[in-house]
Structures are given as structure tokens and as C-alpha cells.
Design a protein around this ligand. Structure first.
Ligand SMILES: Nc1nc2c(c(=O)[nH]1)N[C@H]1C(S)=C(S)[C@@H](COP(=O)(O)O)O[C@H]1N2
Ligand SMILES: [Mo]
Length: 550
């Protein structure tokens, strides 16, 4: 239906200003709706492929894959566990801006907008296929979403085309229509048709999107059911009891055992993989593996299980940072499994010096075979603090190797172990400027008082944790305002693979003071004061806290 506008045409022969503004706004809205259509259709299609193949997820993943180490580190530090949310919101905001621009552009050039949508689809498709775990089918959600959005945008832009005016002017369609008695007023377009088409497209795509969400969630529900039904067997080698004195029970001090809910999470997964333990298999194969193995989750549970308290640390943990936690793990000793497959460590003449663990989401992590087989409690963990692994922490199976940073040892959602050499293969983070080998550096952290706290003058408990996994913490010292070092009281040691709490009772005087801490490990190495960043193999320096004593 046409508009009956009384306005005369402007001198230049263009639509009146008011009409131009309305058309522009509707065109931008049309672009947004096309964007919504693309995402919702893609969500529905991804349910038939896999949830991780959604366009925002794959583009976000591609951004993560290409983020330089210092930037990634910055994001982890500043957004913490929200870094991925920030990334996805950023992608959505950019998409919305582009969608509006594309909508407006398609007013004048009706084919340009839809073509731009296809370009976006192609970007999504390339991002999907180019991910470390990318498959060709992952391109489908982006491609189908873009095709449908392209048609919707073309249709909507058509409704916004100006009706030819009485003297046979050209509409934006380029069609020349002879003047007729019923010719619409200048600047008229099919406003009603636009509203109907736009509403229908928005409603239909919202429906498709919700259905896609539903279907994606039902796959997750199966995985959740498989996790619910796991009964962890009693370990044949239980963890030694935690000594009574391991937890100093000081207010504000990290507890000796970190609960699953409070355990830090660091990974590249925008969608946490939800693996069905019933169909899960692990393959062990590669160079110098005479008897390759494929094991199921039940196979692992039937084996001899060990239980150990082990402190994990992320290489991205800056001095004083939060990416360290201590849990009680249950798992299969990895060295025994490798030995069963016939693997010999290089120190015993084996040809492979690198064990590459690969996850269902394409993460690759390289660990020295000699380290895994040197007698430490390296394991394929199935339990964390008495529970099957939480999905966030790698259900059904992850690696844990005491003494190595997570990115070279702690592969979550594990599905493949390949024996190879460091010469032949660089794992995910090694390709991105981190070191091939990365034993955890001796570190200590002040948990209390918090920075800028204002405790009362008198005895102030200064307490924290220190770690030097697989070497053990020998000594922790604290000093005030660069004065002499004071020896802190150490909590009872659980094992050399766990962190240790420490406490120093500070006779605090009023005023502003700087507290510093340093630890010494059993090898006799005292933490250096030299500040280095986390890239390429872990931060060094002393943690310090400034407080204003009342
Ligand atoms: N599949 C997969 N496993 C992974 C990662 C990852 O990004 N993907 N990150 C590693 C890193 S860098 C660390 S520090 C640990 C963190 O384990 P958490 O999240 O259980 O604390 O997992 C490791 N395992
Ligand atoms: Mo990490």
C-alpha cells in the first residue's frame, strides 16, 4: 500500500527528507533483522552439526586462536572467567553495527546488502573450518544462515524501494514506469509490506533460534545424564590423609583444598564440551607405540586408580594472581597405561620425547614423555574432590601432571594421546609463542591482608600460599617496607605436589606499609625479585601488598 503524502517533491527530485529518514531507519532495522535471521538459522542448523559450530562460537574461537599471547593474557587477567563473554558480546555488537550499515547500503544498491551478508557467511564458514578441530560440516550453520539472511534482506530492501513517481521517474529498482492515473505520491514505498515481512522474518527466526537452542541443550542433557550415572570406584591407592596442620584456618586465607565451584578455569572453549562418557573413547598411538590402545571410560574405571592431592597452576597466572588451585584427583596412572602400550621414555631409548594430548575441542598439549614416566603421579583424572570431573574441568577425562603448568600437561576433555617428538610437532600454545617445556616456577602469594586493607595497629596476621610443585616448599619469608626478611610459619606439608599455607604475625604500626613475600623451594632456590611477565614460561617476582594500618 502506498503513502498519501501531500509533500511536493524536493527540487532535486529526491524523496522528501522525512521519508528519507524513515526509510533509512527501516533499512537499518531490516539489516538487523537479517542479522538475527542469520544467527537464529545458524543456531538451528548447528543443532544438526554440533553446538560448537555456531557462527559466534567459531568466529570467537578463531579470534582466540589468533590472539597474540600478551593480549590473551591481558584478557584473562582483566576479564577473568568473563573473558569469553566479553569476546562474544563484542562480536555481537560488531555484527549489529555491520548489519545496520549493510541494511542502509541495500537501500541504494539492492544487491550490495545481500552480497555483504554472503561475505559474512563466508567469514563464518572459514573460521569454522579453520579451527584446530574444524571439519567441513562446521561451515554449514554459517552458510545456511547467510543464504537465508541474504534472501530476507533482498526481500526487505525491495519493500523499501521508492515507488515510481507520476512523471515516470526511476524508482531504486531502476524500472521505468509510465505515468498512470493511479500513480503514488513521490517518495512512497511499501511501508506496510516492509512491516509485515520484517515481523514475519523476526518471528520465524526467533522460533528457529529457540528450537536450535532446545535441540543443542538436549545433547548436553545426555552428557549430563552420563555424568550423573558415574559411580567413582574406591581408589586402590587412596590419598594420604591431609595433615591436621595443613590448613591454618586464618580468615581470608585460601583453604587448603579448593572446591570444584571455586576452582579457577582457563581454556579456549566458548562452548564447554559436553561429552557423553558412554560413547567416549581414548586412543593411545604414535611413534614407538608397538601396541596402540583404545580404551573406554568403563575400561579406565576398572583399572587400578590412584587418588592424590595436586595443585594446578596456569602459566598465565601473574605474580599474586588467582589461577592456581588445589584439588584431590582420582585417576589412572598414566605411566602404566603408556607402558602397557609399549612406550619407552627417551631416557630408556624410546624414539618419542613428546606426548601430545588432544581434546574433543581440538586443543593440543605437549608433555615430555620422560616427565610423565619419571615416577611422579601423572594421571588420567576421572574424579575431582570426590566427584566425577565437572564439565568445566574436563569431564569425562583430563590429564594431571604434578609440577607442570596446565598448558603443557592438563588437557581437559581428552580424547587422543599421540607419541611424537618435540622436533616434529608444536602444540597449540607453542605455536603461539609459549615455551615447549614449562615446569611450574616457585611462587608465593599474600592472601591476607588484601591490597589497601586498613587493619588496626597491633598483631596483624599476614598469610598466604606458596607452591613449588614436585620440589616442595622449604621456606617462606615476609618483609615490611624493604626491611629484613622474617620467616613465616609453614603449615604442615601434605606433599611436595601441593601448595603450602604460611602465616606471619606482623607487629603492625600505623601508617602505610608494603608487605612482600618470597618462597624458597627444596632445591634451595629462592624466588627471584626480577619481575618477568607470564609469556613465555611463567611470571617471576615477589608478590607485594600495600596496606594502610590504622
Ligand atoms: N581442552 C583444553 N584443555 C585445557 C585447556 C584448554 O584450553 N583446552 N587449557 C589448559 C590450561 S592453560 C590450564 S591452566 C588448565 C586449567 O584447568 P582448569 O580449567 O581445570 O583449572 O587446563 C588446561 N587444559
Ligand atoms: Mo594455563
Amino acid at each position: 500500500m502506498s503513502e498519501d503524502r501531500k509533500d511536493p517533491r524536493s527540487a532535486t527530485g529526491r524523496a522528501p527528507r522525512g521519508v528519507r529518514v524513515v526509510r533509512g531507519a527501516l533499512a537499518a532495522l531490516g539489516g538487523l533483522i537479517a542479522g538475527l535471521v542469520a544467527l537464529c538459522v545458524a543456531e538451528l542448523v548447528s543443532a544438526g552439526v554440533r553446538p560448537e559450530a555456531g557462527p559466534v562460537t567459531v568466529v570467537g574461537g578463531a579470534v582466540i586462536d589468533r590472539t597474540p599471547a600478551p593480549v590473551k593474557d591481558f584478557a584473562v587477567r582483566n576479564f577473568g572467567n568473563d573473558d569469553k563473554l566479553v569476546l562474544q558480546l563484542g562480536i555481537l555488537a560488531l555484527l549489529a553495527l555491520f548489519a545496520m550499515a549493510v541494511g542502509v547500503a541495500s537501500l541504494r544498491y539492492r544487491k550490495v546488502g545481500p552480497a555483504a551478508v554472503l561475505v559474512f557467511g563466508a567469514i563464518g564458514a572459514l573460521a569454522a573450518v579453520g579451527r584446530p578441530d574444524g571439519r567441513l560440516s562446521d561451515a554449514l550453520p554459517s552458510v545456511v544462515g547467510a543464504l537465508v539472511a541474504c534472501a530476507v534482506l533482498y526481500l526487505l530492501a525491495g519493500r523499501l524501494a521508492l515507488r515510481p513517481s507520476p512523471d515516470g521517474d526511476r524508482g531504486t529498482d531502476g524500472a521505468v514506469t509510465p505515468t498512470t492515473r493511479t500513480a503514488p505520491a513521490p517518495g512512497a514505498f511499501d511501508r506496510r509490506g516492509f512491516v509485515i515481512a520484517a515481523t514475519a522474518a523476526a518471528a520465524a527466526s526467533a522460533g528457529a533460534g529457540l528450537l536450535g537452542r532446545r535441540l543443542n541443550a538436549s545433547g548436553a542433557a545426555e552428557a549430563a545424564a552420563s555424568r550423573e550415572s558415574v559411580a567413582l570406584p574406591a581408589p586402590s591407592s587412596p590419598a594420604p590423609p591431609i595433615p591436621a596442620g595443613a590448613d591454618l584456618k586464618v580468615r581470608g586465607l585460601s583453604s587448603f583444598t579448593t572446591s570444584n565451584k571455586d576452582f579457577y578455569r582457563v581454556d579456549t572453549a566458548l562452548v564447554v564440551p559436553r561429552v557423553d562418557a558412554g560413547t567416549w573413547r581414548l586412543r593411545i598411538h604414535g611413534k614407538g607405540v608397538p601396541r596402540p590402545l583404545t580404551v573406554s571410560f568403563q575400561d579406565l574405571l576398572r583399572r587400578k586408580l590412584i587418588e592424590r592431592d595436586i595443585t594446578l597452576t596456569c602459566v598465565s597466572n601473574e605474580v599474586g594472581g588467582p589461577y592456581v588451585g588445589n584439588a584431590r584427583w582420582i585417576g589412572v596412572p598414566l605411566a602404566e597405561l603408556l607402558a602397557e602400550a609399549g612406550v619407552r621414555p627417551p631416557s630408556k631409548g624410546g624414539p618419542a620425547d613428546q606426548l601430545v594430548s588432544r581434546s574433543v575441542d581440538g586443543m593440543t598439549i605437549g608433555t615430555p614423555v620422560d616427565t610423565v614416566m619419571d615416577g611422579r603421579d601423572a594421571m588420567l583424572a576421572v574424579g575431582m574432590n570426590g566427584q566425577p570431573l565437572p564439565f568445566d574441568h574436563g569431564f569425562p577425562v583430563r590429564m594431571v601432571v604434578p609440577g607442570l603448568y596446565g598448558y603443557v600437561s592438563a588437557c581437559k576433555w581428552l580424547e587422543d594421546l599421540e607419541l611424537t617428538t618435540f622436533d616434529d610437532y608444536d602444540a597449540y600454545w607453542v605455536k603461539r609463542s609459549w615455551s615447549r617445556e614449562a615446569p611450574i616456577k616457585t611462587q608465593s602469594r599474600i592472601d591476607t591482608p588484601r591490597p589497601f586493607a586498613s587493619p588496626k595497629a597491633g598483631t596483624v596476621p599476614v598469610a598466604g600460599v606458596a607452591w613449588a610443585q614436585h620440589r616442595g616448599v622449604e621456606r617462606v619469608e615476609v618483609r615490611v617496607d624493604g626491611g629484613r626478611w622474617n620467616r613465616a610459619e609453614l603449615a604442615a606439608e601434605n606433599s611436595e605436589d601441593t601448595w603450602r599455607q604460611w602465616l606471619w604475625r606482623w607487629p603492625a604500626t600505623s601508617g602505610s606499609h608494603t608487605l612482600e613475600v618470597r618462597a624458597t623451594d627444596r632445591d634451595g632456590n629462592t624466588q627471584t625479585d626480577k619481575r618477568v611477565g607470564t609469556v613465555p614460561d611463567g611470571a617471576t617476582g615477589w608478590h607485594s601488598v600495600v596496606v594502610a594500618v590504622d
